[in-house]
Design a binder for this molecule. Sequence first.
Ligand code: ADP
Length: 327
Amino acid sequence: MDQQKLIALLMQRESVSGEWLSEQLGVTRAGVWKAVGALRQAGWQIESAHRKGYHLTPPGDAVWPSRIRAYLRTDWAGRRIDYYDRVGSTNRVAHDLGALDAETAPHGTLVVADEQTAGRGRLNRTWQARPGDAALMSLLLRPASLAPEEATGIVLVTALAVCGACRAFGAEALIKWPNDIVCDGKKLCGMLLDMQADMDLVRFAVVGVGLNIAGCPHADDLRHAACLNDAAGRRLARAEVIARFLEEFEKDYDLWAARGMEAIMPLYAAQSVTLGRRVRVAGLRETFEGEALRLTQDGSLVVRRDGGEETVVRAGDVSVRGVMGYV
Ligand code: ADP
């Protein structure tokens, strides 16, 4: 019996049936019962309830499904939550779930991990986080009818939701266009959108969020990183932050789905740290400086170059930095 695998399976969902465990482990139900007994002997707290199955009690600041659920008040965001101690990338796992049917992996399924071995940023950059520090999570979304070019809305909704959640805990968070959350000029959070689309229809989308909470990486090239506990001035439970993010996300997403970009753009613009600033735009073909003037209806950034000419910068293919620093 592979004890590590049994522990990982018990962590993955809030409660798991003996039948599912026996299938996954390739042993009998009695074998499962015996192995669970051995784990209990070793100090693991495992409850078993008739019909519900086994439930493993999470330690300290865990981001296991049961812990998140204890704080959660949503209709659909986080309807299913899967947890992994360590995974390549939560976006990858959520993408694989997206390929399954909508009953198995519904709109609002959340994948959370404590550690990513291949966390990504945009443009093939890496996302770094030490185990225990962050909320590393991906939401699977199944929009009713969305064209691929409209999917930027999901990024804006996510930025709004993370910013709202950080503010709810007292951090003076702002949005750095298009998709970073900053506090005091330092980056608290990055996000990444992946999707599976036909020519004119998004089949499903996955939005990944890496939010520094308890700490952040100390690498030399990440001097612009910050964490939410410092910004909030207290130690937060990561599970509570995740639950709050899901609540904000559900509210902002539903508003966007019902009333479109017009409804969320003013909210987004009000939290923008980029608008009105002098920025350096680094694209694939050219780099230029100018003043960030306004956002267009589809979420692009209008920058006035020094000659006076206005350029519309689309999210996705550029990095925008402040002229004096990260913001
Ligand atoms: P951008 O800042 O241009 O929006 P991305 O959204 O692609 O960049 O995020 C990737 C970048 O974020 C990496 O190149 C790295 O500089 C930075 N980064 C990686 N991990 C962290 C972290 N935990 N906290 C803050 N910044 C990070």
